[in-house]
Write a protein that binds this ligand. Structure first.
Ligand code: ZN
Length: 438
């Protein structure tokens, strides 16, 4: 078992739901994939004998960021089609390109996403797409933690195949990589998965004892469509079909009634807030501050790179905080610590990984990042929480450890051949564009 000691860092544990002073001159001891100690250097157990010591003087140590909702391989479509209305964006651009995606495209697209996420301090992500065995393999090879779901469209001709694939994915991939991979079921959304299909999904989820990852209440069109067809809100409809009897990760939750919020809180639904995607697709602004005050479990996601267009959780945290202030007219809405909490411990809880990751606490899995603070925009050190949310950027991430393994050090990613990823993705993206234009 390898033992790593990180010494000298200022430690931000995110153990508390409200801000506490960071630990100056801290020590973090890692044994195998587990945090053995995170606290003041003076309290480090004397018998801890590291194989490797990282001098983190002048660095901040914090839990790895959790990207609660993405479609990782959509990096292949990054900046391919922008500034378009949602339906023509999907019909004319995204879906024709996706029609030609091959299994290995998913591997390399996901690998590019992993590379980007590692370099911007994300250690864990929730992914919904297809060919998910290849996505899972990319996450494993990159050394990341991931919750994967095969996106399922209930109205598509392959809807039954998608269920069978998902069952097999759970059976063969749940817990892979020493528990780094979690598998859930991924019904796409209420407007693509009718109630009868969702009921099948819920039965399968009970059967396999897994959670569900779904898009919910994303756009006004969705609210109107579901209301016309079923006379209720998407959240109320999901409650009725029994979806919330399973652990659910609900992406977006932009348009909510008071009754919807009550259901989401009571059912302990994990909510993935995707502020930049919601802005870019003009979907609206999720009532995050209201949800937070009501006691909802809220994390932050980037959504896919086709609607963002990057997977940078630092940008996403800052956007989340700023958007709540400007939309509520209240500068105290979603303060820095709350935004950082959503991107770490809150996100872990939304993914059902509370007690495993999201905090720097002895006994949890060792997923953490070190940020270089010797940069102009992080000086002077008045308030590290405000710095992390309002001033820090992806390029400040120096070191990334996932499940006790050094995945990036001095900004060198140790698990991925960067140039090979760029070459594969560029060649595959060019092929996809050419095929879509035929
Ligand atoms: Zn999405």
């Amino acid at each position: 078992m390898s033992r790593i000691l990180i010494r000298g860092a200022t430690i931000i544990t995110m153990e508390s739901t409200s801000p506490v002073p960071p630990i100056e001159n801290g020590a973090i001891a890692i044994e195998g994939n587990t945090l053995a100690y995170a606290g003041p250097l003076s309290g480090l157990p004397a018998d801890f004998q590291p194989d490797q010591t990282i001098d983190a003087t002048g660095m901040l140590a914090l839990p790895g960021l959790v990207n609660c909702h993405t479609h990782a391989a959509m990096t292949l479509l990054r900046s391919y089609a922008d500034d378009m209305p949602l339906m023509s964006w999907l019909n004319d651009k995204i879906w024709p390109l996706e029609a030609n995606l091959e299994r290995d495209d998913i591997y390399w697209g996901t690998m590019l996403a992993c590379l980007e996420m590692i370099k911007s301090g994300t250690t864990c992500f929730a992914d919904m797409y297809f060919h998910m065995r290849r996505a899972g393999q990319a996450a494993l090879d990159a050394g990341m933690r991931a919750s994967i779901a095969r996106g399922m469209i209930g109205t598509a001709p392959n809807s039954e195949e998608a269920l069978a694939y998902s069952r097999e994915l759970v059976q063969s991939w749940q817990g892979q990589g020493d528990g780094r991979i979690t598998v859930t079921l991924g019904p796409h959304a209420p407007y693509t998965c009718p109630p009868a299909y969702l009921e099948k999904v819920v039965r399968l989820a009970h059967d396999l004892n897994v959670g569900i990852h779904i898009h919910l209440a994303e756009t006004r069109d969705e609210i109107n469509m579901i209301n016309q067809q079923y006379g209720q809100t998407p959240i109320a409809l999901m409650e009725q079909v029994g979806l919330f009897e399973r652990p659910v990760l609900a992406a977006h939750c932009v348009h909510l009634t008071e009754a919807d919020i009550e259901i989401l809180v009571r059912r302990r639904v994990g909510i993935a807030h995707n502020p930049q995607s919601n802005m870019k697709l003009a979907s609206g602004i999720a009532p995050v501050e209201k949800l937070r005050r009501a006691g909802a479990i809220v994390g932050i996601g980037t959504d896919g790179a086709a609607s963002n267009n990057n997977l940078d959780m630092f940008e996403e945290m800052r956007t989340a905080a700023l958007l709540q202030k400007v939309s509520t007219g209240d500068p105290t809405a979603l303060p820095a610590y709350a935004a950082l909490y959503m991107a770490t411990a809150g996100g872990a809880a939304a993914l059902g990984l509370e007690g495993q990751v999201g905090r720097l606490q002895a006994g949890l899995r060792a997923d953490l990042i070190l940020l270089n603070t010797r940069v102009p925009h992080l000086c002077p050190p008045h308030d590290w929480y405000a710095h992390l949310v309002y001033a820090a950027g992806a390029a400040d991430v120096d070191t990334v450890i996932i499940d006790g393994r050094l995945v990036m050090q001095n900004r060198q990613v140790l698990t991925v051949e960067e140039e090979k990823v760029y070459a594969e993705v560029t060649q595959r993206a060019n092929r996809l564009v050419a095929a879509a234009q035929k």
